[in-house]
Unconditional design. Structure first.
Length: 133
């Protein structure tokens, strides 16, 4: 990209779109797990299902938070690279790190959503049938 002036404006636009998508996606996962854990914990008390929900929240928050931090850092380094303040290999290395962390975070989120659903199912089974409307 650095050698092609026509592609240069496209690269920051694609980076912005990708970073925004990642921030919204991981941010939604963090908010979902925090909000549902708090709401369901009120219903569950301090049982095994409540502890499972806390573990889900903590694991999703850690994985998504790390992936977001590296992705935002990589995006910021792109501007520094454009201003020739950092060597190009640093931008490439952070791109690889960000990609690997994104894949890892998505795997953790998928696994933890399954555990979240199991905890919700246990809570629903313990609560009994829903009242008729």
């Amino acid at each position: 990209v650095a050698g092609d002036p026509e592609l240069l404006p496209l690269h920051p636009q694609l980076a912005l779109a990708a970073t925004l998508t990642l921030v919204l996606g991981h941010g939604w996962m963090i908010l979902f797990t925090v909000a549902s854990e708090r709401r369901l914990r009120r219903l569950a008390g301090s049982g095994a299902a409540a502890r499972a929900l806390v573990r889900v929240r903590d694991r999703v928050g850690a994985a998504a938070g790390l992936a977001l931090a590296v992705s935002l850092g990589h995006f910021a380094l792109g501007g520094r690279l454009f201003a020739t303040q950092v060597p190009g290999w640093i931008h490439g290395a952070t791109a690889l790190a960000a990609a690997l962390l994104q894949v890892g975070a998505l795997a953790v989120e998928a696994r933890q959503l399954g555990r979240h659903q199991q905890a919700v199912a246990r809570l629903a089974a313990a609560a009994g049938p829903a009242p008729a409307c």
